[in-house]
Design a binder for this molecule. Sequence first.
Ligand code: FES
Length: 99
Amino acid sequence: MTLVRFEPSGYEVQVPVGTRIVDVTDDHPKAAVPYSCRSANCGTCRVEVTEGISGLSEADDEELGVLDVFGDEPTSVRLCCQIKLVNDVPKLTLRVVEP
Ligand code: FES
């Protein structure tokens, strides 16, 4: 299990490997991650990964394209609608990027 912390809400929840983070935030609205398209088009759900990025799935070409538009590097910022926990890491911390 991995402890996922969302900032700035401070909400924390334990999730197993294989979990899509969008499912976590749908089940736990207090995580307070904003979405719009949910399909790697708009960038509304950008989160800075401040801890545990090695636990996440690789970004695909669509996600990389959106991050590039915003000038973000996939080594530090990801689209919350696209990421999945694929490796068991102790903690994953996601900070919502202000628009
Ligand atoms: S909600 Fe639009 S890119 Fe994630």
